[in-house]
Design a protein around this ligand. Sequence first.
Ligand code: BES
Ligand code: MN
Ligand code: ZN
Length: 502
Amino acid sequence: MEIRVIQGSITDISSDVLVVNLFEGVTVPGGATGAVDSALGGTISEMIASKELTGKLMETALIHTCGKIAPKRVLVVGLGKSGKFDIEAVHKVSAAAMRSLRQKGVRTVTSIIHGAGIGGLNTADAARAVVEGAITGLYEGDLYKTTGNEDGMIERFTVVEHDEAKIPAIQSGAREGEILGKAVNEARTLGNEPGNRMTPTILAERARDAAQLNGLEYEVLDKAQMEEMGMNGILCVASGSVQPPKLIILRYKAGADRPTLALVGKGLTFDSGGISIKPSEGMQKMKFDMCGGAAVIQALAVIAQLKPDINVTGIIPATENLSGGAAFKPGDVIKCMSGKTVEIISTDAEGRMILSDAITYAAKQGANYIVDIATLTGACVVALGNDITGLMTNNRELLNSLTSAASVAGERVWELPLTSEYLDMLKSTVADIKNCGSRWGGAIQAGLFLQEFVEGTPWVHMDIAGPAYTEDDCGNSYRAAGATGVGVGTMAQLAVKLAEQA
Ligand code: BES
Ligand code: MN
Ligand code: ZN
């Protein structure tokens, strides 16, 4: 889909559909929507009066214009309550609008920027969210359907603004939105690939492709190299699989005098639980256990294009977690790369094992900041549900930067406290630490475990077990079921923010 920004009057520019909007509870539309309403002789007002249009978030109504204005149809999309309006809402609204237009013979869409006028949002941020939403809204996860996905192509998306002074901000926002939208969709495709088509080797190849496309440095450590470096946290998890593990490394370089942000993403291409096997019901979802790794690959792709003045290293430990004669077992003691010994209580707490070595590697490479992102615990989903990423940290300042990056990106995050007393739950009688403790506070225990490996580096842990994928379209009129690409936007915006601060 081609993305354009043009200056002009929305009623004069031809397209198959023009997208305008409506806040909930508004009875007389103003702004661009008001202008369209007048040109159509009050159709929109009438639809509001008859309650066909209420302005509820992501509600859509399609109106034929019958030659009264240049666009053939007008799509009115609900913005929800004006008091709750933010970048996340703009993103959802734009995505829902485009999703509603699939398979309706629409080829060209024009849109105003939701929220930049009456919504009071920053123009460039709103433009970014409109374009990103348009791209992510059209995504489909039907990678292997052999029939039925050929139509519904929208070829061109044009942002229209009458105020010439706003055009430069809109252009730069739209460009960012295009980069982000495409990257998020790429991350979703990586996540949606089934386990048999997304092995550690294949994930490494896809990372190499992304590196080549975006001019990133690419390196991969194979099993022998990891053995040499004592990365037994990764190797123990990989021991039950015939697929060789990989440690994938991507580097964006801004300059030797600049600080380095390390992004560490869990790349578990399939998590059966290992010997501590998971219940079979729902186990297919564990193909999504590499979504943190996918988000890191695509965040690096975005960063390579936005070019912030900070070095960024992406580190993705990739392996399967299977059971078998060679698999690691509960009771085993593993010496991680850091030198710490870990007593395995559950082989299903494998994410922290592979992340421990990747974090040690990041710290030893001299990273100034470490952010890890992982589908780490079901407990985090119990705590925060499916829409919110759990954050844990050893550094308030970095957490604040990440939180504000998330709000710019339109992603939801919430901090969980790393209460040091809970570390007692991880005390082992034979080793330095156990890989899991009691049932309660599981997300925090996992965070405390990871903290043992950061060596004092400012660090934030993102637990995306909830938001990494959606199980169905569940009212999600704005996105397809499957991997969501969560984290790409937040990590990319964090790099931009840290570059400005440093
Ligand atoms: N990959 C899972 C976590 C997960 C759960 C992701 C649900 C997405 C949805 C992780 O490896 C895991 O199995 N965690 C265990 C930890 C436990 C054994 C301490 C869990 O959450 O049950
Ligand atoms: Mn597991
Ligand atoms: Zn896992």
